[in-house]
Write a protein that binds this ligand. Structure first.
Ligand code: AMP
Length: 396
């Protein structure tokens, strides 16, 4: 089966055509600046790359261009669009209704629409991507894979906020969590790597990228996660504050005269590593600045590592023990010094990092041979997870 995986943003569309069975990636690419002017980078495996400005007035036009390239006589990897057996869509918010991936029909699209208030930037873009594919490939089955679904196993004591209960029943205010597809993938892969059944492992997965979250995964199920109602909660991130005293928002708006929208903008776009360092949201820039003696860049990274360390500890407490820690995403996969710093002081929980093994950027176990707990580096692969779910659902 050939599955086209689509991750649609408001002005971008990432895609990957793959064969889930063999894990073969036939082509991948990215459409950017949709509705503005347009740019498309198409990377067919073992063939020339197409990388050019191209008019992309809307998502339908972007999908059409992608299909043209996938079937192109020079850049193409399939002879005809009919070779695409299914499309798997990443959907950010599935609320409480979507506890797992589903075959998309009108009822499902309505359900995704109902979650728009919870993800006003992401879900409309995801629906646009689904509609664009339906227009261009009306007979191809589609599956929705939700970022929130993996966390629907979190028990009420983990997902409820201590607010008036009616905010939950009337306004859906609760912890949902995100990066679920990534946490799900890396935890399953960790079990494969260490050769133990996931049903006997207590893992803390650390998805550390521009967005960052941890997840306590007990015997294969998410039981707690750091992101909340929105992806602003939890760890400090590239530009997001992470968890702060909730009264800071009211205080800032009063003393600086900011509207609620302006405060939300500060928390999401001007905080985190960028706000602390004044240098950049990118850890590569922060590491360079710190090496050159920039103390605020060093402080930003110290705070980040400290918060991740504490989250690993709280995940272990939630599970009554810990068998492994997983690092994934941009920072987790590529920054050995950050991993080392995070793991410093966690030896008391039986987690010993091997500094030599930790120099890797590939999939690896980086704990010492006699470490009771295992430390993994696992490149995330959300596209593969989406393709596998799509295949599984359509084969049933
Ligand atoms: P992601 O959101 O998973 O794509 O991660 C993107 C982030 O990963 C970037 O903003 C960087 O902060 C970080 N990153 C990527 N490569 C490196 C690297 N070699 N060293 C440190 N951080 C990196």
């Amino acid at each position: 089966m050939k599955v086209l995986v689509i991750n649609a943003g408001s002005s971008s569309l990432k895609y990957q055509l793959m064969v889930p069975d063999t894990r073969e990636v036939l082509a991948k690419g990215l459409c950017e600046r949709i509705g503005i002017d347009g740019h498309l980078k198409h990377q067919p495996t073992d063939k020339d790359v197409f990388d050019a400005d191209i008019d992309l007035p809307n998502h339908e036009a972007a999908i059409k261009e992608v299909l043209n390239l996938l079937t192109h006589n020079h850049y193409g990897v399939i002879a005809d669009v009919s070779e695409i057996d299914a499309v798997g869509h990443r959907v950010v918010h599935g609320g409480e209704d979507f506890t797992q991936s589903v075959v998309i029909d009108e009822k499902v699209i309505k359900g995704i629409e109902d979650c728009i208030p919870l993800a006003p930037l992401h879900n409309p873009a995801n629906i646009t991507g689904i509609r664009a594919c339906q227009d261009v490939m009306p007979n191809t089955p589609m599956v929705g894979v939700f970022d929130t679904a993996f966390h629907q196993t979190i028990p009420p004591k983990g997902y409820m906020y201590a607010l008036p209960y009616r905010y939950y029943t009337e306004n859906k205010v609760r912890r949902y969590g995100f990066h679920g597809t990534s946490h799900d993938y890396v935890s399953k892969r960790a079990a494969e790597l260490c050769g133990r059944p996931i049903e006997e492992l207590r893992l803390v997965s650390c998805h550390l990228g521009n967005g960052a979250s941890t997840c306590a995964i007990q015997y294969g199920k998410s039981i707690d996660t750091s992101m909340g109602l929105t992806p602003t909660d939890g760890l400090p991130m590239g530009t997001r504050s992470g968890a702060i005293d909730p009264s800071i928002t009211e205080y800032i708006s009063r003393v600086r005269g900011y509207s609620p929208e302006r405060v939300a903008g500060v928390l999401n776009k001007e905080s985190g590593m960028l706000g602390l360092s004044g240098v950049s949201s990118d850890f590569r820039d922060l590491e360079k600045a710190a090496e050159e003696g920039n103390e605020r860049a060093e402080l930003a990274m110290d705070i980040f590592c400290y918060k991740v360390t504490k989250r690993i500890g709280s995940g272990a407490a939630a599970m009554g023990g810990i068998d492994g820690v997983i690092f994934t995403a941009g920072v987790g996969e590529n920054a050995p010094t950050i991993r080392e710093k995070i793991m410093e002081g966690l030896e008391f929980m039986g987690l010993y990092i091997d500094k030599e093994k930790n120099k890797t950027r590939d999939e690896a176990i980086v704990s010492t041979d006699d470490s009771p707990g295992i430390i993994f580096v696992i490149p995330t692969n959300e596209e593969l997870m989406i393709a596998l779910d799509t295949e599984r659902l359509l084969k049933d």
